[in-house]
Ligand binder design. Structure first.
Ligand code: NAD
Ligand code: DAU
Length: 350
């Protein structure tokens, strides 16, 4: 009998890589991709597997409880891999309630539907979460472990922390089989160009200003999105119910150093003179409440489940840049329509 797995947010950046991996690696599974197709969701991300026999797309909103109950009643999913979310910190600062609705109420609705109709005996509810729930680190603090207390600082990270707590509570209260992972910043193909790396690539190519928040001193740990998808595969199949796993790249960069590295590579790839792209850097007003540093200790995932990143940063970063340069039409499509208004409002004057 085939196993039905629901992946939420599969038309987004990370979700599309996870859907592709599950559809291609596990032909014995029936993969259902549930996505509302917000500004961040784009079915073009999955055009290569859209006609696979074991792939099904369902358009819908996880905030709509009746719709979810009917979907779960029909399909009796064996497992859920939940990625659907509002994911951009800056947007959570301007529109926090949308984040509460999708990230918290949406997750609660999914948990309830799984509890009623999912495979509570042998199945799995997997919540894909973020390292931002742990708050921020100083420059010399040790990296976040699974024991680090939650201290979310933005409406985005608070809404993800709230949904993590709900997932854990459903395990404790109802014995629901759950796993949670908390991952650092992902980079790779198909990321919406509001996030640092694709935004900078897009702007360099179009000779637009590169807005670096504050002094660019903030630190992030960067992981290749395909390695995140591999980690999700391993945790979904082998993780212990009720446990949390940190996922990270052991690859910390100050924002300004990363932007300079990107500028150097782009000068080379676009045959521009050295320093031309870096001359576009503009230091702009800092993000409100901007977390200084994130760093992840992923030892537990390596020790217990044998996962480590598969590519060196230099290799993954070059591949990523090449993908955006080769896929101008994708960038054009996702930056047309409503995003153009947002982009103008955010960066139009700079
Ligand atoms: P994304 O913004 O690229 O994609 C989110 C997807 O969710 C989109 O396809 C969107 O249409 C869908 N969606 C949004 N609201 C929905 C709703 N109400 N109902 C159904 N679908 C809805 O996000 P991403 O960067 O791919 O992140 C995916 C998940 O991974 C999120 O839960 C995020 O918190 C987590 N995460 C992201 C990163 C990162 O670096 N991007 C790191 C760690 C964890
Ligand atoms: O750590 C995991 C998180 O990483 C995920 O949970 C989030 O969904 C994801 O969006 C990401 O959050 P960040 O806020 O770290 O990512 P972002 O790409 O928005 O910003 C990365 C850093 O770059 C951050 O310090 C802010 C800075 N920045 C960002 C933008 C968009 C700039 O300096 N200029 C910019 O224009």
């Amino acid at each position: 009998m085939s196993r039905k797995i629901l992946i939420t947010g599969g038309a987004g950046f990370i979700g599309s890589h996870v859907v592709r991996l599950f559809v291609t690696q596990y032909p014995e599974y029936e993969i259902y991709n549930l996505d509302k197709l917000t500004y961040a969701g784009n079915l073009e991300n999955l055009s290569d597997i859209a006609h696979a026999a074991n792939y099904h797309f369902v358009k819908g909103d996880i905030v709509d409880r009746d719709f979810l109950d009917a979907l779960f009643d029909t399909h009796r999913f064996h497992g859920v891999i939940h990625l659907a979310a509002e994911s951009h910190v800056d947007r959570s600062i301007t529109n926090p309630l949308e984040f509460v609705m999708t990230n918290m109420v949406g997750t609660a609705n999914l948990l309830n539907a799984f509890r009623k109709y999912g495979d509570m005996q042998h199945g799995r509810f997997y919540h894909v979460s973020t390292d931002e729930v742990y708050g921020e680190l100083g420059m010399t603090d040790p990296a976040f472990t699974e024991e680090t207390p939650y201290h979310p600082n933005s409406p985005y990270s608070a809404s993800k922390a709230g949904s993590d707590h709900l997932v854990r509570a459903y395990h404790h209260t109802y014995n629901m089989p759950v796993v949670i992972s908390n991952c650092s910043n992902n980079y790779g193909s198909h990321q919406f160009p509001e996030k640092l790396i694709p935004l900078m690539i897009h702007n360099i190519r179009n000779r637009k200003p590169l807005p670096v928040y504050g002094k660019g001193e903030n630190v992030r740990d960067w992981l290749w999105v395909n390695d995140h998808a591999r980690a999700i595969d391993v945790i979904y199949h082998k993780g212990t119910s009720g446990e949390t796993y940190n996922i990270g790249g052991n690859n910390e960069w100050k924002n300004i150093d990363l932007v300079h590295k990107l500028c150097e590579i782009m000068d080379r790839k676009l045959n521009r003179s050295a320093g031309e792209s870096a001359s576009l850097i503009h230091f702009v007003a800092d993000r409100s409440g901007h977390d200084f540093r994130y760093a992840i200790n992923a030892d537990k995932l390596q020790r217990e489940l044998g996962w480590t990143p598969s590519v060196q940063f230099d290799q993954g970063f070059e591949q990523t840049i090449d993908w955006y340069l080769a896929n101008e039409s994708w960038l054009e499509h996702v930056t047309s329509g409503s995003y153009r208004d947002y982009y103008q409002a955010m960066y139009g004057g700079r």
